[in-house]
Write a protein that binds this ligand. Structure first.
Ligand SMILES: Nc1nc2c(ncn2[C@@H]2O[C@H](COP(=O)(O)OP(=O)(O)OP(=O)(O)O)[C@@H](O)[C@H]2O)c(=O)[nH]1
Ligand SMILES: [Mg+2]
Length: 491
């Protein structure tokens, strides 16, 4: 009898232990990745996230994900959208985006203006890891965050005083094509006494003018370095007084003591305190609340539009990329690593809209983007962040082929141009497809002669017609994107 109860106890103990072990295992089985998607406005973030979600939830219907091992090796089971993690962050509007792309006529999703989130639960069968002995099915939870790259452009401000920032911004405003547009605003500022008492109304009025200038730099001149980035993409801060400041010219010529002791209600005192508040409440806050949590990051860049726009636009994109990459400065002495210690272990650069060029131009696209990020990329590699660059089209809008020109085979693409794409409407009645060789992408950062003999025209295309929301969207290398970002979590 005593022997029997002893063995029952032993069995119960063992069962308990087994249960505990299996609970523990389940906790480790369920993996989690927080993926951040960024890039300057119009770089293709919304199209990218829509395609990524679409490829995963419709896997098996239509386009293939041959280079994504979990699909290729048959351990991918299914993916579905589930309620997002943070209810206070706007939801990424997948439904509207996919409806636009699959409507007749198909249109691109509407521009977005702030941060948004979406969560996917991806089921897979573990095949290689130890998990295969424990379970037939594991779940990878994927949190995707879309946020404007413009917000990262504000990062360098954290290191600058208001005086330093004003000096740098003023010199930017007085050079290149920005100068002509800034003249009127700067003349107005020169007439103001920085130590005179200022009103909220005056500040609001001038900040509005400065914001209009930033919009003009971005949208009319095609420039990328916009500071503060929040001014053109304010998200939920639209109209808040914290966004009402601007650089004040010639602060260096002011008496240092007088500047330091300027009263809080003077023009310069008000500008300085708004600037400091902006740095603390907006820039630092974003990093604390969001940036800190990201595991993996994709930075999208449209290099083709700045190539179309010319030398200044391209140089500005280069500067913007450098500023954006400061966010990933892991150097031990880096200010940002101490402030935020980001835990990102994989960083992907996507040269978007690769379907705007013929396929043999994809390698030069990658080489060019690599050149743009060269210095920073080396730093990142050194600090053990895995970095990759790919030429991608999230939603392929053209078909590629070969055409005969003067007896020679010439690579071409065919698609339907968007009506504002610069194609003469007399040459192309809207709705007709065109077949073109849009031009060669330079492998290296273009030199002076290049801009003079510039003979390409990258055209914007409408999405292909007849797409179905329950099938995979046509794409270029989205499977390689998934392979880099997720495959190691699904083995
Ligand atoms: N041909 C082609 N065009 C694309 C692709 N992805 C984006 N585009 C074009 O780029 C535009 C901008 O794409 P979005 O995905 O809205 O870019 P975004 O970065 O979300 O832009 P904002 O919301 O304004 O910040 C689209 O309207 C399309 O014209 C692509 O894969 N192929
Ligand atoms: Mg968007």
């Amino acid at each position: 009898m005593a022997l029997l109860s002893k063995s029952i106890f032993k069995k119960r103990g063992l069962d308990k232990l087994k249960l505990k072990a299996s609970e523990l295992l389940n906790r480790t089985i369920d993996q989690h990745v927080t993926l951040a998607v960024t890039g300057l406005s119009r770089s293709g973030k919304t199209a990218f996230i829509t395609s990524l979600v679409n490829q995963l939830i419709n896997e098996g219907n239509g386009a293939k994900l041959s280079f994504f091992d979990p699909v290729h090796h048959g351990n991918f089971i299914a993916a579905k959208r589930v309620p997002q993690k943070h209810f206070h962050v706007p939801r990424f509007d997948y439904d509207s985006a996919i409806s636009a792309l699959t409507s007749e006529p198909a249109t691109w999703p509407e521009p977005t203006h702030g941060i948004s989130e979406l969560r996917l639960a991806i089921r897979y069968q573990p095949k290689n890891s130890l998990l295969k002995y424990a379970t037939d099915m594991a779940t990878l939870t994927l949190d995707i965050t879309d946020y404007p790259g413009e917000w990262l452009l504000d990062l360098p401000m954290l290191k600058q005083t208001y005086q330093e920032w004003s000096k740098q911004t003023h010199s930017l405003m007085t050079s290149g094509s920005r100068a002509e547009h800034s003249k009127c605003f700067l003349t107005k500022l020169e007439k103001l006494d920085p130590f005179a008492c200022a009103s909220e109304e005056l500040l609001a009025e001038l900040a509005e003018e400065y914001t209009a200038l930033l919009h003009c730099f971005r949208h009319e001149l095609g420039l990328s370095v916009i500071q503060p980035g929040r001014f053109i993409l304010p998200g939920d801060l639209a109209g808040a007084p914290i966004l009402e400041f601007f650089p004040f010219p010639d602060l260096a010529s002011l008496d240092g003591n007088e500047y330091q002791n300027a009263p809080d209600d003077s023009l310069i005192g008000m500008l300085r305190s708004r600037y400091l508040e902006y740095k603390e409440q907006v820039v630092r806050e974003f990093y604390r609340e969001h940036f800190l949590r990201f595991d993996r990051q994709i930075v999208l860049a449209d290099c083709l539009k700045p190539l179309n726009k010319g030398k200044e636009s391209f140089a500005d994109l280069e500067l913007a990329m450098t500023m954006i990459l400061e966010s990933y400065n892991y150097g031990k002495s880096g200010l940002f690593s101490r402030l935020f210690s980001p835990k990102i272990d994989k960083l992907l650069f996507g040269a978007t809209k690769a379907d705007h060029v013929t396929p043999e131009q994809h390698a030069p696209m990658v080489a060019l983007l690599n050149q743009l990020i060269h210095q920073n990329k080396q730093q990142l590699n050194y600090d053990a962040v895995e970095v990759k660059t790919l030429a991608i089209a999230s939603v392929k809008a053209t078909n590629s082929g070969v055409s005969k020109h003067k007896g020679k085979d010439v690579p071409v693409i065919q698609g339907q141009p968007l009506n504002h794409s610069g194609i003469d409407s007399k040459e192309n009645v809207f709705g007709q497809k065109i077949t073109v060789f849009p031009g060669a992408v330079p492998r290296l950062l273009p030199k002076e002669e290049y801009w003079q003999s510039n003979n390409f025209n990258f055209i914007e295309f409408a999405p292909l017609s007849g797409l179905n929301k329950h099938e995979c969207l046509p794409h270029v290398r989205m499977d390689q994107v998934l392979q880099f970002l997720l495959a190691d979590k699904m083995i």
